[in-house]
Design a binder for this molecule. Structure first.
Ligand SMILES: Cc1ncc(C[n+]2csc(CCOP(=O)(O)OP(=O)(O)O)c2C)c(N)n1
Ligand SMILES: [Mg+2]
Length: 292
């Protein structure tokens, strides 16, 4: 951990990203907040520090690849891409509208800079395996990053990719698990104690790191909201590109991170902020009143 590094610029970008995400969803009348907030710091780190990208030339062959497998968090990715210059910030207003390049879930046929379409959970890591394998076969040097959700990890296809990536020795592949302990719903209605099911965290009490390691992944465990842990982990993963082991970054995160009333609340998985809520958010994120 590099305690001397100054991450204030990245922290500031993450605050702006969270603001753009929640205010865009409010403007469009639909979208997700909890997942984008939970992923935001890692997205900022990837796009502003770690990945080799050219916003003005999104198809640059040497670019690093990023796949947001938890595609419902698209507004987080669009916000960071807009801040990075892939698209005008103004364009965020078209989010989720017919004809927009910014669909509710990432659509690779519309927005240059996306690598694949996602939204149907479970598929992105397999696409990433294909990209990393293709890069190896063609001796291309880019690195592929894939972010998956902890709820998404219940999809069987993710486990096929988790199984095969170490067998193909894909050191040029990094998976990032956004482990926020929540998925779409909270507690199901209790009919009685026997029928009570916990839908908060399918992986509580399970040693996921141990499982990934046993499958052959090199695992790094971090606080996904602390740039002094995020940046070294992502850089170390990238530096291992020529190795024979894929990297799994187990990122402990908080769903809705960044605003006190969205943090840890499954209700904010997908919710539209009111005008009053937006003004509290702006205040907490240090956004100028004129932007509200
Ligand atoms: C195959 C599939 N099943 C269900 C959904 C509906 N859905 C969207 S988000 C979500 C919960 C995802 O939880 P998680 O992966 O933990 O994401 P995060 O907490 O980061 O929002 C579900 C079930 C979907 N998009 N795809
Ligand atoms: Mg989750």
């Amino acid at each position: 951990m590099n305690t001397n590094a100054d991450y204030s610029e990245l922290e500031n970008l993450a605050r702006q990203g969270r603001w753009l995400a929640i205010s865009t969803v409010a403007g469009s009348g639909a979208g997700h907040v909890g997942g984008p907030f939970s992923a935001m710091d890692i997205l900022v780190a990837l796009y502003f520090r770690v990945m080799k990208v050219r916003p003005e030339e999104p198809k640059w062959p040497e670019r690093d690849r990023f796949i947001l497998s938890k595609g419902h968090s698209s507004i987080g990715q669009y916000a960071v891409m807009a801040l990075r210059g892939f698209l005008p910030i103004e364009e965020l207003k078209t989010f989720d509208k017919g004809g927009s390049r910014l669909q509710g879930h990432p659509d690779v046929t519309r927005l240059p800079g996306l690598e694949t379409s996602t939204g149907s959970l479970g598929q992105g890591l397999s696409v990433g395996v294909g990209m990393a394998l293709g890069a190896r076969m063609r001796r291309e040097k880019f690195h592929t990053f894939v972010m998956i959700g902890d709820g998404e990890l219940q999809e069987g296809m993710v486990w096929e990719a988790l199984h095969i990536a170490p067998r193909y020795q894909l050191g040029n592949l990094t998976a990032i698990l956004d482990w926020n302990g929540l998925q779409q719903f909270g507690w199901v209605l209790a009919i009685n104690e026997q029928h009570r099911g916990d839908r908060r965290d399918p992986w509580s009490r399970i040693d996921l790191r141990g499982i990934f390691e046993k499958l052959g992944w090199r695992c790094l465990e971090i606080n996904g909201h602390d740039f002094s842990e995020i940046i070294p982990a992502l850089e170390s993963a990238k530096a291992a590109s020529d190795s024979d082991q894929p990297t799994m970054i187990v990122a402990h995160t908080i769903k809705g991170k960044g605003v006190h009333f969205t943090e840890g609340k499954h209700e904010w998985h997908s919710k539209v902020a009111t005008k009053e809520e937006l003004s509290i958010v702006a205040n907490e994120l240090g956004i100028a009143e004129s932007a509200v």
